[in-house]
Ligand binder design. Sequence first.
Ligand code: NDP
Length: 605
Amino acid sequence: MTVTETFDEESLREKYREERDKRLRPDGNDQYLEPTGRFAYLLEDPYVEKVEREPLFDEVTVAFIGGGFAGLCAGARLKEAGVEDVRIIEGGGDFGGAWYWNRYPGAMCDTAAMVYLPLLEETGHMPTRKYVFADEIFAHAQRIGTQFELYENALFSTSVSKLEWDETQTRWIIHTDRGDAIKAKFVAMGTGPLQRPKLPGIPGIETFEGESFHTSRWNYDYTGGDSTRTPMVKLADKRVGIIGTGATAVQCIPHLARDAGELYVFQRTPSSIDIRNNQPIEPEWFDTLEPGWQKKWLENFATVQTGGLAEEDLVKDGWTDLTRRIIGRIGEELKKPGTEPGPELFAKAYELSDDEKMEEIRTRVDSIVEDPEAAEALKPWYRQLCKRPCFHDEYLQAYNEPGAHLVDTDGKGVERIDETGVWVNGTHYELDCLIFASGFEVGTPQSRRSGFETFGKDGETLTDHWKDGMQSLHGIHMHNFPNLFISSLAQGGNLLSNVTHNLVEAGTTIASIIAHALEIDADEVEVTEEAEREWIEMIQGNPRSFFGNPECTPGYYNNEGQPIGRLETLNAGGYPEGSVAYFKYIDQWRTSGEFKGLEFTNHSE
Ligand code: NDP
């Protein structure tokens, strides 16, 4: 008997609706607080000391704002294309982006390193395990920076404060918090989809007098230990609280449960915790891979994960498991006489496979968590892709540690915070330290998330250009913003399960356009109004996304349960035919050399 046969479909749907309704709230995204004012310290860099320097007023050919994998991939491709004069400007003290900031204990990437770590063949790096920890990812970012000589011209601990297009000079002027006003012929930005920490808007949050920090700025001075997972010995006599049970919390809770005197996990919605099954990568096997292997792996993962047909599943993990089940089920059904292929068959196969998967995930909780009450509260009641799926082999076990306590809020969230601790259901939990694993801003305006405004032709701001939703060609070019490029996911491949795949593609595209513009001596390259309009009409007209499913429990995948209108569709939408089709399309678009939709202008002609 399969797992799906053990429960009644209708009561399961009803249970999903009930659990969603408990969590729906009218304030959606507005429930969160920005890290400003009393919380501004949350954005400070705890890892390096800011060294004073003289402001710069020089000129570069290409400036890239953001030193994460977006900037590194574009930088590497530009160097390969012979563009030497590239300056990466980064707020953190080194390259790495998300992996510079997120050094919390246990931080690792949930996407297999063979596809997540960019430029593995170019750098010759062999990942140590199937899934690697944050310190190895950070070191890989540094490796790309060193190999492609991107350190030489980089500016670290420098935050852009304003970006403006100077029409007369046909240059961008980049203003920073160091007083710089740097000129650049081309500017690209990759400021990251999840980079601005947000805080839960819990009454009294500002009153807590103990130690508190956000997971993306871990205070190892306070906790002891370091980002290589050495024990946080200073927590041995501390009562630690953590708010949030998303992908970040799932990774750090096992370490806190091991090291803290007492740990209180305040849960609003449990994550789905699938099997991790991490393994070392064997050099003998790695050496057998043939040149061009990473492209093949990237395409294979994207295909299998998004429901496409492939002869084999190279990564074979929790991300691709659901698709394998769906395809298997469709295959079985099609063997039955009279069964027609089509969207209905797919939808049914998807639903049943999802039910089966989630039932296994809930059964796994019972098999690991000893306290039946905690086990019940840790069971997720929603479809797997309603929230970011998690994969871990020590998270559920952490609740068997004697000092670890799950404080479930039954979907309501923490009631309030005071000087000494946290209140839930009328009970006060006294704490020495309160950690916010409350995630990052998604869906707020770009200028707020990046921390600066961009002024294009005639002073038009990017905020204004996007007031009714993002407008671009390929998620890269905006009309009225010449010589400016964005490296991101939205309006492009939008492959959420492997963010860096999008960034490698965007970097390659941006580098080929810049190289072409330099080759033909163009002063300006800009998307036409028409090409931009056609692209967004296509995105808006074909919303092909599971995200936004109104049956889902709220979260950042579905606009916190609020309606999805034009703005949300444009901001979060991708190429209607899916990631794999986009990657194929963009490859042909850039290699054709036509750069359709862009206008290259030489003012002296
Ligand atoms: P999330 O936004 O996923 O989680 C925030 C958590 O805070 C949720 O559990 C949320 O509950 C909870 N919360 C918010 N407000 C309250 C409240 N008032 N009371 C109690 N709880 C509250 O943030 P994360 O940092 O965990 O993850 C963000 C993203 O970062 C991930 O989705 C993933 O994309 C990425 N990430 C990637 C990793 C990787 O492998 N590459 C590793 C870690 C993170 P609720 O669910 O009810 O809203």
